[in-house]
Write a protein that binds this ligand. Structure first.
Ligand code: PBG
Length: 324
């Protein structure tokens, strides 16, 4: 006697009823790049169909997000100048600070997460303060806390440190609490790997290190137990959400995180993952819509309840289409 598993695959109605993982539009967070300057909406060559916006044209993307049904963004800034200590990252009138104020004015409901890091703002392109060609951990976390605070002051709902310094979550939490931002939450890029999948992003954000690499602070792709230690520490230090990044080659890390910890788990479906799908679909090798739905469903099935993806607007539109 064998079991007839196919009974529950008989037609769409029953398949829909037994489906274990369903995508919702509130699962998705859209990465948004803001640049200094005026009247700019310029396609990012490495990330097709994604754009650099100047603050005065943000209303266009706000409308588009609303129409697609995307409720949250994560902001990245391309500043007007860079220096050794990333000053443009924490100025009151820095690009991110201006963008947050503008976005909140355009749509107070839009949930604003900010990427907190230094690599877009430092002249050397590393994620922190250098000492003898090494990123100085303890010096850097003071700056990271300052950047996060400046984002909170501008109106950010959630800050997301992506620098991978030790102790940054605690430093941010202390500084937010001391300054009256107890309700600004922290999404920690806890298990952020030193990945070749960030290539298209670094082109988009002009954030490649000018020498060396990020292996001294980002994680070795070979390690998963170490990722659990990173997550555990971020939780102890006060993280509200933990993140695994990249997503697709790291589904096992997402699953371990989901099984071991009770905080919300986010996953970042990064630029290289996006660019590969785009390139293959442009070459006519795959069906883009089907692939995107499948990969995002699998990231959610692995355990991520929040997914950052350059496909956020597309998937939300496709979900809406299906529900009609
Ligand atoms: C900043 C940062 C990076 C990404 C998000 N925040 C780049 C990096 O660490 O080099 C990558 C996102 C992507 O590839 O989509 N440190």
């Amino acid at each position: 006697m064998f079991t007839r598993h196919r009974r529950l695959r008989k037609n769409q109605v029953v398949r829909d009823m037994v489906r274990e993982t369903v995508l919702n539009k509130q699962d998705f967070i859209y990465p948004l790049f803001v640049v200094e300057g005026e009247n700019i909406k310029k396609e990012i060559p490495s990330l097709e169909n994604n754009y650099h916006y100047s603050v005065d044209r943000l209303h266009e993307i706000v409308e588009e997000l609303k129409e697609a049904g995307v409720k949250a963004v994560i902001l990245f800034g391309i500043p007007g100048y860079k220096d050794e200590v990333g000053t443009s990252a924490f100025e009151e009138n820095g690009i991110i600070q201006k963008a947050i104020r503008k976005l909140k004015e355009l749509n107070p409901e839009l949930f604003i997460i900010t990427d907190v890091c230094m690599c877009e703002y430092t002249s050397h392109g590393h994620c922190g303060i250098l000492h003898d060609h090494e990123v100085d951990n303890d010096e850097t976390i003071k700056y990271i806390a300052k950047i996060a605070l400046s984002h909170a002051r501008a109106g950010a709902d959630m800050v997301a440190p992506s620098d991978m310094m030790d102790g940054r979550v605690e430093a941010i939490r202390n500084s937010l609490d001391k300054n009256g931002f107890k309700n600004v939450s922290i999404m920690a890029y806890s298990a952020k790997y030193c990945s070749a999948f960030y290539g298209p992003f670094r082109e988009a954000a002009d954030s490649s290190p000018k020498f060396g690499n990020r292996k001294g602070y980002q994680m070795d792709p070979a390690n998963i137990r170490e990722a659990m230690l990173e997550i555990e520490d971020d939780i102890k230090e006060g993280a509200d959400v933990i993140m695994v990044k990249p997503a697709l080659p790291y589904l096992d890390v997402i699953r371990w995180a989901r099984d071991r910890f009770d905080l919300p788990v986010a996953a970042y479906n990064v630029s290289g993952e996006f660019a590969m799908v785009k390139a293959a679909s442009k070459a006519g090798l795959i069906d883009e819509k089907a692939i995107v739905k499948e990969m995002l469903t699998c990231i959610k099935r692995a355990g991520a309840g929040m997914i950052i993806t350059y496909y956020a607007m597309d998937i939300c539109r496709w979900i809406k289409e299906e529900n009609n």
